[in-house]
Design a protein around this ligand. Structure first.
Ligand code: ADP
Ligand code: ADP
Length: 237
């Protein structure tokens, strides 16, 4: 479970990106975070894993208050959060399998020397995840030989290899065509349901958000202007 309480962010430039955000995401719930450009969606996602420092408020994951953690404790806590990015953030010259295994090391990794640390069980898990996302036969291909949709599947498998308690997903379909976008959203929804994993997906495409989320949170100028079921969403959000 993830709980945000009175979360606010004012950037040094004076931009107030978030104002007093509070909500709880229970296990297994997929939240589609929508809102116009500049609404604060990326800031919200980044405040949760502290890529951006919140100005006020708290973020609680399970029983851990994330906002006060430092250094090693923060790095450890971040490993409990799976990240999926718009531009996939794969290591291009590494193979699909190596990219997935790098999920274990935190999300910036990819040195071959590190990969020697993995045992048979890690590799078996990575392989089963690649089967799950439909890429098992491509395990030994370099990331730069894949299509956009395939890359994002690797990104999903890598996030799951961490065995995360939460998925944070930042515009996962922004670089994909409509059909592939739907496949990727469906896959994220499926894995969250199967693993009872909560997720927050920053997605500007409202139709996709409605189709593949359990709950929609609408932001505007840093405030929550809608929080409800996808089918309850009206045009003025
Ligand atoms: P969204 O993801 O919904 O497009 P953002 O979180 O990127 O919104 O931006 C919210 C507000 O914060 C905007 O006014 C934006 O200009 C501002 N902002 C975002 N990042 C920074 C930054 N690094 N420094 C200063 N202002 C920022
Ligand atoms: P997507 O919409 O998933 O990004 P693309 O239009 O990029 O798909 O690719 C369509 C097909 O071409 C895919 O089946 C993919 O396997 C193949 N493909 C794309 N880029 C490459 C590449 N650099 N090397 C080999 N095959 C590729």
């Amino acid at each position: 479970m993830l709980e945000l309480k009175h979360l606010s962010k004012t950037y040094r430039t004076g931009d107030q990106a978030l104002t007093d955000i509070g909500f709880t995401v229970p296990a297994g719930q997929v939240v589609g975070l929508i809102g116009p450009s500049g609404a604060g969606k990326s800031t919200l996602i980044r405040c949760i894993n502290r890529l951006v420092e919140p100005s006020r408020g708290s973020v609680v994951l399970g029983d851990t208050e994330l906002t006060t953690l430092r250094d090693r404790a923060l790095r450890k806590a971040r490993r409990r959060i799976g990240m999926i990015f718009q531009e996939y953030a794969l290591v291009e010259r590494l193979t699909v399998m190596e990219n997935v295994l790098s999920g274990r090391l935190g999300y910036v990794a990819g040195w071959r020397s590190f990969l020697r640390r993995f045992n048979r069980e890690d590799i078996a898990l990575a392989f089963s995840l690649l089967e799950k996302v439909g890429l098992a036969e491509h395990y030994n291909k370099r990331a730069d030989a894949l299509s956009g949709g395939q890359r994002q599947r690797v990104g999903i498998a890598r996030a799951l290899e961490q065995n995360p308690e939460l998925l944070l997903v930042d515009e996962p379909t922004a670089s994909l065509d409509p059909k592939t976008s739907r496949q990727i959203m469906r896959l994220i929804q499926t894995v969250c349901r199967e693993r009872n994993l909560p997720a927050i997906i920053n997605i500007h495409d409202v139709m996709l958000a409605q189709q593949f989320s359990d709950r929609i949170i609408g932001l505007r100028a840093g405030e929550v202007v809608f929080d409800g079921k996808p089918e309850e969403l009206t045009d003025d959000v």
